[in-house]
Design a protein around this ligand. Structure first.
Ligand code: HEC
Length: 147
């Protein structure tokens, strides 16, 4: 019995990499969140809804920072650094414009964020994953301001 327990413990430690029982963070799961939050951010911008846009910008930021922390490297690629170089600068510009409620500038900046996504897909040999500026709302959520 003791031996069996030992084997079980060994297997458990092996399966979890010896660290904890937390599942490994998946980059594709994080990317799904990137896609969802960024699509909603783009839709809020085109609907002229700065508060909603700011909310999704914050969500995207948090997901980004969290991913940089939990998945700094993926398949030998420096994910965290690439995000810092390719996505953080256009997001920071957008943040500034939204902060002063400059909607025309925020809207004009939106394609530069989407370009950041695609430049990184190119830099990580995933150029076949192409993100576009979405115009149709695929969600059940209302993006326009309530009047
Ligand atoms: C580090 C650079 C990097 C940045 C920046 C980046 N991605 Fe990705 N993305 C990747 C990599 C690498 C994969 C492939 C993940 C894998 O192999 O599982 C991926 C996969 C994806 C996928 C396919 C997985 C899925 O859920 O369908 C989508 C969609 C995606 N990214 C959206 C985005 C969006 C939207 C942005 C910008 C807001 C973005 N990505 C920014 C590197 C990046």
């Amino acid at each position: 019995m003791r031996f069996l327990l030992f084997i079980l413990a060994l297997l458990l430690t092996h399966c979890t990499g010896g660290a904890s029982l937390e599942p490994e963070p998946e980059l594709s799961t994080a990317m799904g969140q990137f896609e969802r939050f960024s699509t909603k951010l783009g839709l809020a911008l085109s609907a002229g809804n700065p508060r909603l846009a700011q909310f999704y910008l914050q969500e995207l930021r948090e997901t980004l920072e969290n991913t940089q922390k939990t998945i700094p490297v993926h398949e030998g690629l420096p994910i965290g650094d690439l995000m810092q170089t390719l996505l953080v600068p256009p997001l920071a510009e957008l943040e500034k414009a939204l902060h002063v409620r400059d909607l025309p500038r925020s809207r004009a900046l939106w394609p530069t964020v989407v370009e950041g996504c695609n430049r990184c897909h190119g830099a990580t040999e995933h150029e076949f994953i192409r993100i576009k500026v979405v115009r149709e709302n695929p969600f059940s959520q209302e993006f326009a301001l309530q009047n």
